[in-house]
Design a protein around this ligand. Sequence first.
Ligand code: HEM
Length: 242
Amino acid sequence: MPLPRAVRDVVQTAAGRRHRADPVTPVTGGPGGNAQLTAWTGLLFLGLIAAELVTLLDVSGWMSWHVVLGVLLVPVALLKTGSTGWRIARYYTGNRPYRAAGPPPMILRVLGPLVILSTLGVLGSGLALIAVGQGTSERTWLTVLGQQVSAVTLHQVLFIAFGVLTGLHLLARIVPAIQLTTGRTHDEAGTGAPGKGPRALILVMTLAAAAVAAALILPTAHGWQQGAHHAERGRQSGHAGR
Ligand code: HEM
């Protein structure tokens, strides 16, 4: 039985066999340049999130790294939101080159905003935990089926949503990202799109801002004695319950 058209479009895009013909305009590169910035930002995000996932092997032991990598991810996620949001805004406001480029396959068009919301949700909740401190973050809001729910739980639930949604996005977009950044796309949008210098500068400035933010926030993470405090809190509330 043939695959539904919407699924076929995503499979061909994910396999790198189907790519939007992005027009290239002078100076910034237009849609072709935008696709470049989005792809490079995506790969940068992938590198940082891979390192962040490693810290989950021992969050309490690697809390400082978990916080530093989390903070480094924020400006990169905001740049990704900005470059894709710019394409969406230009498309819906009728900009000719972006209209000519057209929208992504329907399933990715629906998935995109969910990826943005879950990414900003998990990163934003992480920053909020640092801002309010360990005590408040671990304070139980309510108990659901015997499970204590706190701000930390919310961060964990948002991480699961992020993992599923961004994982699907990555499956569909990793091959196009490599094709776009290595110039192996089917049209003139490859790495030849004008505006390479400004795009590189945007990425470097985003990373510099991320490094400054991480240096400023790191001292607040030192207070998090995750493991011992958590266990102690669990013990206290367990005794109280009995
Ligand atoms: C995990 C690594 C990621 C990679 C390798 C990646 C790669 C890509 C690529 C290649 C595109 C298409 C660019 C174009 O042709 O214009 C794209 C589109 C998009 N990306 Fe990502 N991305 C990643 C993570 C993210 C994250 C974390 C967000 C949210 C902050 C995001 C949001 C979007 C959106 C909204 C679109 C437009 C919808 C679409 O065309 O799929 N991506 N991404």
